[in-house]
Design a protein around this ligand. Structure first.
Ligand code: ZN
Length: 276
C-alpha cells in the first residue's frame, strides 16, 4: 500500500503496527508508536479549566478560548443538504451524492477541531505544570434539560430551550470536550475534580457561598453573600482549581513525612505483638 507520510519519519520508523481506516470518504493510515514524552512547562503555574457551550474553554486566569466552528455559510449549506437528503429517494444516485457532500462538511469541521485541540492542549502544557478539569460524564451534559412548569398557567410549561440544547452543535461540542481532556492528559498532569456546583459557588477563599442566585446571567457571576463579581466561567474555572488544592492539601513533603510515619509504625508492630 502506498501512502503519503504527513508526520515526522522518526516517529513512523518506531511504529509497531499500522491500521488503514476509511472515514467520511477519506482513507487514513495510522501507525502505532511509543507515546511521546510529556511537555515539561517547569513554570510551577497551575490552571483550572472550565468547558462550556458559550466559551469552549475558560481558564482560571481569565482567558477564553473558542473552538472553531462552521462558518455561517457552511452551517446554511449543511442544513440545506439535510433538507435535500430528506426529500431524495432512497438508493438514488443524487442521494448518494448528497450524503458525500454532508460527509465532506463534517470532515472539514472535524479537521478544524482536531487541529485546534492539538494546538490548544500543547500551548496549555507549555504554560502550566498542572491543570484541573471537571470530572464530567459527557452524556450528562448533553441530556435534555428538565421541564419548567409555568407558575401562571397550571398544567402548562415554559420554554426550556430543549430544542436548542439538544441541537447538533452541542452534541458535537461534547465530543470535542472529551477529546480535549484526553489529549491534555497525554501532554501534562491533569487532575479531575468533583464538578458539583462549580458554576454556583463563590470562589473567594473567605466566602465560598453556594447559591443558584449567584448566577446573575449566563455570563455574569455576582455573589449574594460577599458581592464578588466575575465572569461566570472564570469563577467556575477558579473553583475547579481551588478544589485540587482543597482535596489534595498535602504537598509532596507531607506525603514523604506520612509514609515515613507509616514505615515507623509498621516497624514498631513486631515489638508490640509480644506484649499483647
Ligand atoms: Zn462570595
Amino acid at each position: 500500500m502506498k501512502f503519503r507520510l504527513t508526520y515526522r519519519y522518526q516517529d513512523a520508523e518506531q511504529g509497531t503496527s499500522a491500521r488503514a481506516v476509511h472515514h467520511n470518504g477519506r482513507w487514513h493510515v495510522s501507525i502505532t508508536t511509543p507515546p511521546r514524552p510529556r511537555i515539561p512547562a517547569c513554570t510551577g503555574a497551575e490552571v483550572g479549566i472550565d468547558v462550556g457551550v458559550k466559551n469552549t474553554v475558560a481558564t482560571s486566569d481569565g482567558t477564553f478560548i473558542q473552538a472553531p466552528s462552521w462558518t455561517p455559510g457552511e452551517q446554511r449549506r449543511f442544513l440545506a443538504l439535510q433538507r435535500r437528503l430528506a426529500r431524495q429517494e432512497k438508493g438514488s444516485k443524487r442521494r448518494v451524492k448528497t450524503i458525500a457532500q454532508l460527509a465532506g462538511l463534517r470532515r472539514t469541521l472535524n479537521d478544524r477541531r482536531t487541529n485546534w485541540i492539538e494546538q490548544t492542549t500543547a500551548a496549555l502544557a507549555r504554560m502550566y505544570d498542572l491543570a484541573a478539569v471537571e470530572d464530567l460524564k459527557i452524556t450528562n451534559m448533553v441530556r435534555r434539560p428538565a421541564p419548567r412548569p409555568d407558575p401562571d398557567i397550571p398544567g402548562s410549561f415554559l420554554p426550556n430551550n430543549a430544542r436548542a440544547k439538544a441541537g447538533l452543535n452541542r452534541a458535537i461540542l461534547a465530543s470535542c470536550w472529551g477529546k480535549f481532556t484526553t489529549r491534555l492528559a497525554d501532554k501534562m498532569t491533569v487532575i479531575r475534580v468533583n464538578p458539583g456546583n462549580t458554576s454556583r459557588q463563590c470562589q473567594c477563599q473567605s466566602c465560598k457561598a453556594t447559591s443558584a442566585r449567584n448566577r446573575e446571567s449566563q455570563a455574569v457571576f455576582i455573589c449574594i453573600e460577599c458581592g464578588h463579581e466575575a465572569h461566570a466561567d472564570t469563577n467556575a474555572a477558579q473553583n475547579i482549581l481551588g478544589r485540587v488544592i482543597n482535596t489534595n492539601p498535602e504537598t509532596p513533603g507531607d506525603r514523604t513525612q506520612r509514609s515515613r510515619q507509616r514505615a515507623a509504625s509498621t516497624a514498631l508492630l513486631p515489638a508490640a505483638q509480644p506484649a499483647a
